[in-house]
Design a protein around this ligand. Structure first.
Ligand code: FEO
Length: 391
């Protein structure tokens, strides 16, 4: 499908996919986007998942015989983009593969084969002839350390790989034809949240690097090509990545008989009295995505679990498993819970939180069955001391 004078879409649709990268639900499937850019010479930008190689090859050959393909540019090497590279290279070993230094190193280990390669840095170009020149803009951690943008000035097209992508597929490819733009925006947020929320600082760096480019089309590697929602997507990415000034403490709890809930409510009230904003979540009732976002955006976390069968409860472990460990940076954490006889939950939560890099209140708070007035006074005291650490 022709996108501009020099760019064709050669990607593949996977409308049936429902889980991506183990962690992401994909209600609307996905697409593995690939593009051919052609001047006198031809470059493929991104390949597709290996399962789609045959149809991918046919699409490329509608534009250029594979024997005449000169380059493959990989902005990022995760196998959803590099998956068909080996087969392309087997067909035409003369193809030169272009990427950042980290990308080329990754590809040696992904393909386990020798190939022609060129390592590029920001400011370097690939001249395809007829005035068709690709500019490379290295921008790491979008989403791996290997990543870069590629820009085609002649047609004002930015190839952004995972950035601005979405797990969404409709056959028309362009965002302006999408039947329900709100669903698309929701999926763009879902994609950002799952893939980029651990890399907000790098997203902002990336946006800075492309802010002066004249862009009339963004070609991401998943989901619709953007022509209608370019500005909105860039603004969304900036807003989602900027630090939230009104940071809060997040309390996650589960409760069997209401005892641990009583502790949670007391922590909440005492923290608020001490001037700390609090968001509180019953981990059984609340939306997992909302809890994951609060977990990672908060300035402190509290986990409340009863002990049942010598362990903390699964809904709490599920929340903790959403921690973006690289961004924890000694964030204050506190565990609490009611128990009947053995009471291991608090210690177990503390151990895990400590391993993830949280600054954990050593003993947390435990009480036997229903908290007494004295217990609740102690909770208030502990909350006050905890709040002092957050100011
Ligand atoms: Fe679409 Fe990070 O790969």
């Amino acid at each position: 499908m022709k996108l501009t004078k020099h760019v064709d879409f050669t990607g593949s649709m996977n409308p049936g996919m429902r889980i991506f990268d183990i962690i992401m639900r994909t209600e609307y499937g996905t697409s593995y986007n690939s593009y051919v850019v052609k001047g006198e010479k031809a470059a493929v930008i991104e390949t597709v998942h290996a399962d789609y190689y045959e149809e991918f090859l046919e699409r490329i050959e509608d534009i250029v015989p594979i024997a005449e393909l000169d380059y493959v540019v990989l902005n990022h090497t995760e196998p959803d983009h590099s998956g068909s590279l080996v087969k392309l290279l087997e067909k035409n070993p003369k193809i030169q593969v272009i990427g950042t230094a980290v990308a080329i190193r990754n590809l040696k280990n992904i393909t386990n084969m020798e190939f022609e390669s060129r390592t590029v840095k920001t400011g370097e170009q690939l001249d395809l002839g007829e005035g068709v020149v690709l500019d490379f803009i290295v921008s790491p951690n979008l989403h791996w350390p290997d990543s870069m943008f590629t820009y085609l000035k002649k047609d004002k097209v930015l190839f952004s790989c995972d950035v601005f992508g979405s797990h969404f597929c409709e056959p028309n490819v362009l965002d302006k034809y999408v039947k329900n733009p709100e669903i698309l925006r929701g999926e763009r947020w879902n994609y950002y949240n799952c893939i980029f929320s651990p890399f907000k600082r790098f997203v902002l760096n990336g946006l800075e690097r492309i802010k002066d480019l004249e862009v009339e089309m963004i070609c991401p590697s998943h989901g619709p090509v953007l022509v209608e929602y370019i500005k909105e997507s860039m603004e969304d990415y900036r807003n989602w990545s900027e630090e939230n000034e009104n940071k809060f403490a997040a309390i996650f709890y589960v409760t069997a008989y209401g005892y641990t809930e009583k502790l949670a409510n007391t922590f909440k009230e005492a923290l608020e009295e001490a001037g700390v904003s609090v968001k509180m979540f019953n981990a059984i009732e609340c939306d997992p995505g909302e809890m994951a976002a609060a977990l990672n955006e908060s300035k402190a976390v509290l986990f409340g679990s009863p002990t049942i069968n010598r362990d903390a409860l699964k809904p709490l472990w599920d929340v903790i498993s959403c921690t973006e460990a690289m961004n924890v940076n000694k964030k204050p954490a506190l565990s609490f819970g009611s128990y009947g006889w053995s009471g291991e939950a608090v210690k177990m939560l503390n151990n895990r939180l400590s391993d993830l890099g949280y600054d954990v209140e050593e003993n947390g708070f435990r009480c036997v069955f229903s908290p007494t007035e004295e217990d609740l006074d102690n909770v208030k005291k502990m909350a006050k001391e905890f709040a002092a650490k957050l100011s």
